[in-house]
Ligand binder design. Structure first.
Ligand code: SF4
Length: 359
């Protein structure tokens, strides 16, 4: 392979021979001007694993509430109790949101000041009883940590009780950027830090609960902090092995206005590619179309991504923060996004069991 930046040649040598990339390699992937070189290497790494297959799931996002005790500076979703725009769904509301075709529900919400842990347990149990065929992916490690601190519970007990109620997997949110510096500046020190976030995911893996991982980027973090975040995830995956998918989340400017403009598409593509190359022990890397937009998500399928998430139906967390894409895509639109990239749509469930290959 020819590189415009010859410094990438040794990295390519490692990719070809299956050697693990180091921190300096990671920083180079983010710093080089040779974006296409980085993308081609990531495409090779993705194709070696999955060929032309690109996964999607028919899913439904549900936020039980946006009432939250915290005030993270990047968040355009949370509201204080009684504030305009605050919402709190009942268990009946939530169960009623899951239509027939849905394969997976994805549940994340605010850190509610008063809802007891048993309420969350009942949400999961009611959903599971009403729709035992639907896989339930619920609660970030930040939410699990909050339940523990608020209600004086151990994470093992929380996870065991949720699993007994019907929880099958956990989403990867709440990680933000693993940097104490950024956490302080963006006022999310009240949330699980890197060690706690990883501890909870490791514990979930040991209990047979598969999970995802995310990184919120494109605000005030440095490129080195992005690399360190990815390497910390890789280290945790080496230790506990239960991560399914890495999902990079570009910061949405919205009303929070931490930075003047959204992350450029080139940076989004580079971040996906760097993640595919550094996270050699993660099965999947996702191009989350809600945040990237359909066009960039489609191009990202040539930059190392092998998943576009799903139909979503309702996605309040990012839309209240300003994401521009339509809230929910029909299956046909997902097909177009995947086929425009010359790839094969593969319908999956939450655990990546293949349900149908749409040739
Ligand atoms: S990001 Fe999550 S924890 Fe932080 S304010 Fe928003 S809803 Fe609350």
């Amino acid at each position: 392979m020819h590189f415009a930046d010859i410094r990438l040649a040794p990295v390519w040598g490692k990719v070809l021979t299956g050697q693990r990339l180091g921190r300096d390699d990671g920083v180079l992937l983010f710093e080089t001007d040779d974006l296409l070189g980085v993308g081609r290497m990531a495409d090779h790494a993705k194709s070696r694993r999955e060929g032309d297959r690109v996964y999607f799931v028919i899913n439904r996002y549900i936020s039980p509430t946006n009432v939250c005790v915290l005030s993270c500076a990047f968040c355009g979703f949370a509201r204080k109790p009684g504030q305009a725009g605050a919402f709190e769904y009942t268990i009946e509301d939530i169960v009623g949101m899951v239509k027939d075709e849905i394969r997976e529900v994805h549940i994340v919400g605010g850190h509610h000041p008063d809802w007891p842990f048993e309420y969350y347990e009942r949400i999961i149990a009611a959903l599971h009883a009403a729709r035992p065929d639907v896989q339930i992916k619920a609660f970030t490690a930040a939410e699990i940590d909050y339940f523990c601190r608020r209600w004086k519970l151990e994470p093992r007990e929380v996870l065991n009780r949720l699993k007994a109620a019907g929880l099958q997997t956990m989403p990867g949110g709440g990680a933000e950027i693993f940097s104490a510096r950024v956490a302080k500046l963006l006022k999310y020190t009240g949330k699980a830090d890197a060690e706690r976030w990883c501890e909870i995911h490791g514990l979930a893996h040991s209990l047979g609960i598969r999970t995802n991982a995310t990184m919120l980027y494109g605000h005030i973090e440095t490129l080195e902090e992005r690399v360190d975040h990815l390497l910390r995830l890789r280290e945790q995956q080496d230790a506990s092995g239960g991560f399914l998918t890495f999902i990079p989340l570009p910061y949405q400017v919205g009303t929070t206005k931490l930075v003047p403009r959204p992350t450029p598409p080139a940076d989004n593509l580079r971040t996906i590619a760097a993640a595919r190359l550094l996270l050699d022990n993660f099965p999947h890397v996702e191009a989350y179309w809600v945040l990237l937009g359909e066009e960039t998500a489609s191009i990202a399928l040539h930059f190392g991504a092998d998943d576009v998430n799903g139909t979503l139906e309702d996605e309040r967390v990012q839309h209240m923060a300003g994401a521009q894409t339509p809230a929910g895509l029909a299956r046909e639109q997902l097909f177009r996004m995947i086929r425009d990239a010359g790839k094969i749509p593969v319908e999956r469930d939450a655990l990546y069991n293949v349900l149908q290959i749409w040739n």
